[in-house]
Ligand binder design. Sequence first.
Ligand code: G3H
Ligand code: 13P
Ligand code: ZN
Length: 322
Amino acid sequence: MPLVTTTEMFKKAYDGGYAIGAFNVNNMEIVQGITDACREENAPVILQVSKGARAYANRTYLKKLVEAAVIECPNIPIALHLDHGDSYETCVSCIEDGFTSVMIDASSKPFNENIEITKKVVEYAHDHGVVVEAELGALAGVEDEVQVSAADSHYTRPEEVEEFVARTGCDSLAIAIGTSHGAYKFTPDQCTRNAEGILVPPELRFDILDEIVKKLPGFPIVLHGSSSVPQDYVKMINTHGGKMPDAVGVPEDQLRKAAKLAVCKINIDSDLRLTMTGTIRQFFEEHPDKFDPREYLKPARANIKELVRHKLVDVLGCAGKA
Ligand code: G3H
Ligand code: 13P
Ligand code: ZN
C-alpha cells in the first residue's frame, strides 16, 4: 500500500488501547531495522525525519529510503512524518516532498503565536491531504540545536488544550507530562532509590494526561522523549570505550500504561542511537582488523530490529495491528 496518513492508525490505536511507534530515521540501516521488525510483527509504523536528519541526508535520500521500505513492506501501513518542524516553510517543503504528516513545533512561542503558526500549517497541510501534529508544553532535553533546561520546561496546561485544538484544527497533540528528549534522562540526582538501591525516575504525570483526556475525549495524544535508555546498550557503549553518563530513561511500564490511554503515538529515537553505537563500538573492539562498513552495520541493523520488535510487542502493543 502507498504511504498513509496517521488518521486511521490513530483511530484504531485509540479504540484498541495501544500506540503507534514513531521512530526517527537517519540512514538506510535504521530504516531497514525498524521496518523489518514492523513487517515481521505486522505492525503499523510512523517513520519520522527531523530537520537535522533532512539536512544530514538531504531531502531526497530519506524520502527515497522510506519509499523503498514501502515497496519492501507492502502489507503494513507506513506514515512519513516531519519531526519537530520549526517553521511553516519547513512543513510546506516536506509536504511538497510527499510527507503524509508534519509536526509544527511552536511550543516555545507564546500561546497565541503557537496557535497562529499551527493554524497556518494546518490550513496548508489539510488542503494537501496531510495531517498535523502540534505541541503544547515544553519538554526538557536536547532536540536539534535546541536545549531546553529543566527550569525552562513546563507541563502542558490542561485548561489550554481545548481552545488550542479548536482554534488550530490540528490532528494530534504532543504534550509534556514528564518525558524528556535525549539519552541523558533521568540522572541519579533526578531519581530516588528503591529498597534494592535501584534508581527510580519520577512518575509521568498521568493526572495531567487524565485532565487533558477529559477536555479532549477521543483526541490522539503524542508523547515525545520516550526513550527508555536500555541499560544493556549503555553498558555496551561504556565497556567498549564510550562514556555515557548514568541515566535510566522513561520506564517502559509507564509507556505501556500511556499507550493504553489516549496516547496514540510514542516517539523513540535515542534508544535506536544507543543500540547502533553500542553494537558498533563492541564490533570494533572485538574485530580491530575489520574495516568494511557492511560488517559493522549489519549487526547494528539486526540489533535495531530486535529493539524495535521489543517496543512493538512489549511496550506499544501495536504488534499484529497492521
Ligand atoms: O526529538 C528530536 C529527535 O530525537 C531528533 O533528533 O534533531 O538530532 O535529529 P535530531
Ligand atoms: P528520545 O530522545 O527520548 O528518543 O525522544 C525522541 C523524540 O521525541 C523525537 O521527536
Ligand atoms: Zn521529540
